[in-house]
Design a protein around this ligand. Structure first.
Ligand code: ATP
Length: 118
């Protein structure tokens, strides 16, 4: 198989993964709803290109972290379905990464919108 067709196949698997994430993970569905709301808010306040870029990066950061967290949870449950202190620790730090990304995203949102509503 050529380099190009291999890469195209990989993009197909990745797109399938994104679909699986959106169709199975409740937290990603909530984040997608937030994407729709924040996009409407951005259009309403006519935010600048830089603000759109910051907002898009913040959302992408959270959703990517959530996807990786979901994958880590799935691996943990697959390799060790029973409760174990180490599995709890691994899941907690993976969730911690999503928490940090979410704080960054909220901070970006506050920097963009607080001056517009005060
Ligand atoms: N096998 C386990 N052993 C020890 N602690 C666990 C185990 N599974 C989960 N936990 C604890 O429960 C928390 C929640 O884990 P869980 O896998 O249910 O994730 P979640 O955030 O509820 O995600 P989701 O709703 O997508 O499944 C973990 O962060 C960890 O503290």
């Amino acid at each position: 198989m050529s380099f190009i067709s291999k890469r195209i196949k990989s993009i197909g698997y990745a797109a399938k993964g994104a679909y699986l994430l959106i169709s199975t993970e409740a937290s990603i569905k909530v984040q997608l709803a937030i994407v729709v709301i924040i996009t409407i808010v951005g259009l309403y306040f006519e935010i600048s290109s830089i603000e759109w870029i910051m907002q898009t990066l913040a959302i992408g950061l959270v959703m990517s972290a959530e996807g990786i967290n979901t994958a880590i949870e799935a691996i943990a449950d697959f390799i060790h379905p029973e409760r174990h202190e180490k599995i709890g620790f691994i899941k907690d730090i993976a969730a911690g990464a999503v928490f940090i990304a979410s704080i960054v995203a909220v901070t970006v949102g506050l920097i963009i919108y607080l001056p517009k509503i005060t």
